[in-house]
Every structure is written in C-alpha cells, then in structure tokens.
Design a protein around this ligand. Structure first.
Ligand code: ZN
Length: 497
C-alpha cells in the first residue's frame, strides 16, 4: 500500500512543482523583458497561479495523504524526507486564512509601488502607511503560522527553516564585535580607490566577458541563460532551465563581473541538484542561507582570491585596453578595496555584514514592538552610524534604500550573513580537502571545486536540513570565526597587516 500512496504524492507534487515553475517564469520575464504596460495583466496572471498553488497545497486530501505516509515505515530516506518537506509546506499553507493570503499579496503590490515612488522622491511618508499595514499583516501571518519563544522566529523560519532569533542574535553578536575591530584596521590601511575600478568600459564587451566567465566556471548554457536586469538574481524554472542575470553599466564593469560570479554560485547549485531528486519535494535548496553560501563562495572566497584574480586579469586585458597597465598586485588589491559606504548592495566584503546586522536589529525591534514604523528613518540613520560609521544624508539612501521591507520580506536579511559565514567555513574545508585547489583556480579550472561542492552540497538537495548539510562539512555549528579568520588572512596578504 505504501508504494501506491507514495506514487500519489509524486503525482500531486508534479502539479505543485509545475505551478511554481510557471510563477518563476512569469516573474523572470517580468524582471527581464516584460514591457511596462504589461504590469497589470501580469499581476492578474500571477495572482491566479498563486491562488491555484495555495489551494492545491492547502488541500485537506493532501493533508490526509501526508498523514498516512508519515506513519509508513516502508519508505526509504529520500521518500521520508519528501513527506517531511511537503508536509511542512502543506501545514503552513493550511494555517494561513485565504483572506490573509490575499491581503498580503495586495499589500505587497501597493507597498512595493509606493517604495518605487518614495525612494526617488526621498520621502518616507509615501511608504509609511503601506509599511505599517505590511508589518501588521506580517505579525498576523507569524501568529497564524505559530511560534514558541519569539514571534520573529516565524519570519526567520520562512527563509531559514529551523533557525531561531536567539541563534541569529548570538551569531551577530560574535560577528560584529570581531568585525568592527578588524574593519577599523583594514579601513585605516586602505589606499585611495583606484581609478580603473570605475572607468568606462564598452557595455557589449562587458556582457561578452560575463558570458565567457560564467561558462568557464561551469554554468551549463544549454541548461540556462545569462540575461540582464536592474537587480541581478537567479531563478530555477525547471530541470534544464536555470536563469541568471547581471547588471551592466558603462562605469560598472566590476559590479557586473562580481554580480555574475555571485549569481553563478547560485546557478551552479540549482543546476547541480540531481534531476532524480527534482521530481520530488526534496529536489530543492533547503534554505536561503545555504543558497547564499554558494553565491558568496564563488563571488568572494574564489572571486577575490589572488589566484583567481590573476586568471581574470589575464583575460580582461585581452578585451579591455584600459586595463593594459594594471599589475596583478594592484588588481588583486582593487578587487578587495574596502570603504565605508552608504549602500548595502555596493558594500565591500569587510563592511557588508555590518549593513546586514543593523537591518536585523531594526526589523527585530519592529517585531518586538520596540520600534514604530514612523521612527524607522531616524533609527536607521543612527544604526548606520553605529555599525558602519557613516550617516545617510537623506532617507533615500537610508531607510528607503532596500525594497525588502516593502514586499514584506522580514527575516530575509539574516540569510545573507548566514550564507557569508557558511561560505568561509566551507572554503576552509575545501582548501584542506582539495590538493592544488589554488593552482587549478589560477588556471581557471573550476572543476575540482565544483566536484567537491556537488558531493558535499548539491547532491543532497533538501533530503536533510541546511544546518545538517553545513555541519557535515564543517564539523561545527554556525560560527563567525572562520569568516573573521578568512578576512584577516586576506588583508594580511594585501596590506601586510
Ligand atoms: Zn544571492
């Protein structure tokens, strides 16, 4: 009887998976190629598919099937994990009342629209009422989903299943103390920003270089595409179809390259999950933090390392005359140039996680009722000064700089830092495990590292939780120490600190 019931799960899951893939494709198209006048029709299509997905997922018949299977002792490990993963999704969908789901979707559209107007107008009052409504709805959502120690746990759990506020607070406390001291020393030693970093470079040539680079790292272009969008991202559409984007601007060659390296890390992970798992609920990435560990690893541990910078510079010189006179030492230093800056997405590796720390602090305070939305602009500016050491001159580059809160993505920011910390710990392990890793990267050969990641990360899909996959690699719980050690070593190499 077990085998037949599991077949039923498989066929129900196929519909859920196809609906999700359809949503992803609609979203991808919206960000990459949809004409602006298509927005209203697209919002309607998206809402229709979302409603179908929610109905299918919350279906009580699915709940009964999952209950039966949960007590079926004949299932193997992958089947049991499939039941666990889908049951979690089902229970969450079933707990959310239809009208709350609708209200959240509507508020998201309106608040995001308000944000797109508020930021250029440098006027928080345009967003404020929508953000107040959003916070109210997210609190209702947290209460509907359920939580034990802390309401914000329910938000974290949406993106990093199993992660708790207590754990994130512990990690940020450990990180910020060490990082602030280290950042002081590194920033004091930093030279003037080299001019070639923001010189103009031909945009067509930039795209061709990014295309070449992502393919060189192993992104399968027969099973994916690299396109352009204002905000780079990666999306899994279906088996054999993983989309990634970068952003090209005349004076942004290195932003384009590092965004492409980052997204390629995500894309290799998506392409690396075995096709035989993809037909089951476990054919997925277990958490955003683990996803982000992959993007950060290729962007930073690999992308900013001396061997890989040497490899890139050789190839860049063949395409961009402006880089002809740049020496390998200067290039490597420039790819690691740190500075206190206002905008998170452009922040360097040293200060980036301080930007994240203050966002975590503020959204947690909002969830605890210790910070009102109307006081957010001032609290944001104060926190920037305290953590990053610069004060935003306006609200556009302060509390309005990110879109996350407008779309209700509370609990999302910490996954950037969780990913950063995993990446450093994983790379430390990879260097110990793979003889000659740096030599292969200097030659532009990513195969040894990819094979290691496939074995340690990709092939597991969501058969086990993210923290288990991470601990199996590092042998330790989440910690800031490997990252702090890595940054110290990197800047000891560059500035002789
Ligand atoms: Zn990312």
């Amino acid at each position: 009887m077990g085998a037949g019931r599991f077949e039923e799960l498989r066929s129900r899951y196929r519909v859920l998976r196809d609906l999700r893939g359809t949503l992803a494709l609609l979203e991808y198209d919206q960000q990459v190629s949809m004409p602006p006048k298509g927005a209203a029709a697209r919002a309607s299509m998206t809402k229709t598919i979302e409603t179908l997905l929610h109905e299918r997922l919350a279906d009580p018949v699915l709940g009964e099937l999952l209950d039966d299977l949960a007590s079926d002792g004949s299932l193997d490990e992958v089947q049991r994990a499939s039941v666990r993963v889908l049951r979690r999704d089902h229970e969450r969908a079933a707990r959310l009342p239809e009208d709350l789901v609708g209200a959240l979707a509507e508020c998201r559209t309106l608040a995001y629209q308000a944000w797109t107007q508020a930021r250029p107008a440098d006027d928080f009052s345009i967003l404020q009422p929508h953000l107040e409504r959003m916070l109210e709805l997210k609190i209702q959502e947290a209460d509907a989903l359920g939580w034990e120690a802390e309401r914000y746990d329910a938000m974290l759990d949406l993106f990093e299943p199993g992660m708790t506020t207590t754990e994130v607070e512990r990690v940020f406390a450990e990180l910020t103390v060490g990082l602030k001291a280290l950042a002081e020393r590194i920033l004091a030693a930093a030279p003037v920003r080299p001019a070639f970093l923001s010189a103009p470079y031909d945009e067509g040539e930039q795209k061709r270089f990014c295309d070449w680079l992502v393919a060189a790292l192993g992104f399968d272009t027969e099973a994916g595409r690299l396109d352009l969008s204002p905000h780079p991202f990666t999306m899994f559409i279906g088996v054999g179809d993983v989309r990634q984007t970068t952003r090209i601007e005349e004076r942004g060659l290195f932003n384009a390259i590092y965004a492409a390296l980052h997204e390629t890390g995500h894309a290799l992970y998506e392409q690396g999950i075995p096709a035989e798992l993809r037909v089951l609920p476990v054919g997925d990435v277990p958490s955003l933090g683990l996803h982000e560990s992959q993007s950060r690893l290729w962007e930073n541990q690999v992308g900013r390392s001396r061997p890989f910078c040497d490899f890139m510079l050789r190839h860049l010189k063949q395409r961009f005359e402006g880089l002809a006179g740049v020496a390998p030492d200067a290039f490597h230093a420039a790819m690691n140039h740190p500075e206190r800056s206002l905008i998170r997405v452009y922040a360097d590796e040293v200060t980036y996680n301080l930007h994240v720390a203050l966002r975590f602090e503020l959204e947690l305070a909002m969830f605890r009722g210790q910070l009102e939305v109307r006081d957010l602009p001032g609290a944001f500016a104060d926190a920037m000064e305290r953590h990053v050491g610069v004060r935003p001159p306006n609200v556009a580059d302060g509390a309005l700089q990110d879109m996350h809160w407008s779309i209700g993505a509370f609990g999302y920011f910490p996954t950037y830092t969780i990913g950063t910390l995993y990446a450093a710990a994983f790379y430390e392990r990879a260097r110990a495990d793979i003889p000659g890793l740096e030599g292969s990267l200097r030659a532009g050969d990513a195969r040894p590292l990819r094979a290691w990641l496939a074995e340690r990360v990709y092939r597991h899909g969501y058969v086990r939780p993210a923290a288990e996959t991470a601990e199996a690699i590092t042998g330790a719980p989440l910690s800031a120490q490997p990252f702090l050690g890595y940054l110290s070593a990197r800047y000891a190499e560059i500035y002789g600190l």
